[in-house]
Ligand binder design. Structure first.
Ligand code: GDP
Ligand code: ZN
Length: 356
């Protein structure tokens, strides 16, 4: 494999020149766990940490490498371990912002070219949610592609597709059935060697099914290797950046998985700025414009200055967002624990294997 298969191109090469003179080589972060990384250089996977100088220099969490990042590193110990000296400027990034603290922005994945925004053509279907996912994708700097899954459960696929197309002009809309389709022909054109994709979508839309379909071949091969090797554990490294059999690259990190449940309230406030503007007139500062007395928002509805339907939809969206946030917290903790165990174990094995 060479660097181009990992997504390297002239643009990154130009940005890398700043580091090249110092004798560092480029590599792409394929796995991250508590500031320990595996980095693929095109020749080898190295277990790496940042240099002391790096740690000293950075002021914000977002400056640390993330999965998908291109880094400048120096190999140590016969090319098994490495130290990271710097991060090549990101072309796109998905982050989780810790409320109110800009320096605490945490990058969950970097340099994603295409994001599949997945939605089910079953009960999950919601144009409003598509709009929110679209803004997340644009904000991250990746090109969105809307993937409507579970076409087998929908009576009017073309109707849904055109609905989505008019809600998201200029964005490709694909309808598939990840479970049934023999070939995921609609998706294939996006799986281009060197291009990095990621999936966003609520729980249950079929992301795991799609990932398994895309990497299925690799997973099988891994298992085969393991069976023929009684010690066998060294094939279990849990990658978060995966080279797909066809050559495309897939990023699937716990952070991206959490992001899909994460719908910032900023979007709601912006979409309902008329309601937000009325709110300061309410008697209670934390008025939810629901059952509270002397509510300026409800007064506006009563006087016909605000549509009742609009308030209802605001309240519904906010309720949904609150439920999502609670679910995300719960799942986020569990998922982080689970992934932490898997990744920690994989890194330990990688380390043990490369010690000798
Ligand atoms: P995730 O939470 O987004 O990772 O969703 P999963 O991949 O776990 O899928 C959720 C459920 O939907 C599973 O029971 C899948 O078997 C089912 N599913 C996935 N894709 C399809 C599809 O194209 N058609 C149908 N009918 N079910 C699907
Ligand atoms: Zn109110």
């Amino acid at each position: 494999m060479d660097l181009h298969a990992l997504g390297w191109d002239d643009g990154f090469a130009a940005l890398f020149r700043e580091f090249a003179s110092t004798g560092y080589v480029p590599g792409r972060v394929t796995l991250e766990h508590q500031h320990i990384y595996t980095v693929h250089t095109g020749h080898a996977d190295l277990l790496a940490t940042v240099t002391g100088g790096f740690r000293h220099r950075v002021v914000a969490r977002r400056e640390y490498p993330a999965v998908g990042d291109w880094v400048a590193l120096r190999a140590l110990e016969a090319g098994r371990r490495g130290v990271i000296q710097g991060v090549v400027p990101r072309r796109s990034k998905f982050s989780r912002k810790v409320a109110g603290d800009e320096t605490d922005e945490q990058i969950v994945a970097a340099n994603i070219d295409t994001v599949f925004l997945m939605m089910g053509l079953d009960r999950d279907f919601s144009l409003r949610r598509i709009e929110r996912y679209l803004s997340t994708a644009w904000e991250g700097g990746a090109a969105p592609v809307i993937v409507l899954n579970k076409a087998d459960l929908c009576d009017d696929v073309p109707g849904r597709v055109s609905e989505v197309e008019s809600a998201a002009p200029g964005v490709p809309v694909l309808a598939v059935s990840t479970k049934r389709d023999e070939q995921l022909a609609a998706i294939e054109p996006y799986l281009v060697p060197g291009r990095t994709i990621a999936l966003l979508g609520s729980s249950g839309v079929g992301k795991s099914t799609l990932v398994n379909r895309l990497v299925g071949h690799n997973l099988q091969r891994t298992r085969a290797v393991r069976e023929s090797d009684h010690k066998g554990r060294h094939t279990t490294t849990h990658r978060q950046l995966i080279v797909l059999p066809g050559g495309g690259l897939l990023i699937d990190t716990p952070g991206m998985r959490e992001l899909q449940l994460w719908d910032g309230s900023d979007g709601i406030e912006a979409a309902f700025d008329d309601i937000e503007a009325l709110a300061p007139g309410c008697r209670f500062r934390d008025c939810r414009h629901d059952l509270e007395p002397e509510c300026a928002v409800k007064a506006a509805v009563a006087e016909g200055r605000l549509e009742e339907r609009r308030l209802a939809s605001y309240l519904e969206l906010r309720g949904e967002q609150k439920a999502l946030a609670a679910r995300q917290d719960e799942r986020g903790i569990l998922e982080r624990k689970r992934q932490g165990k898997i990744v920690g174990k994989a890194l330990k094995e990688f380390y043990e294997r490369n010690k000798k």
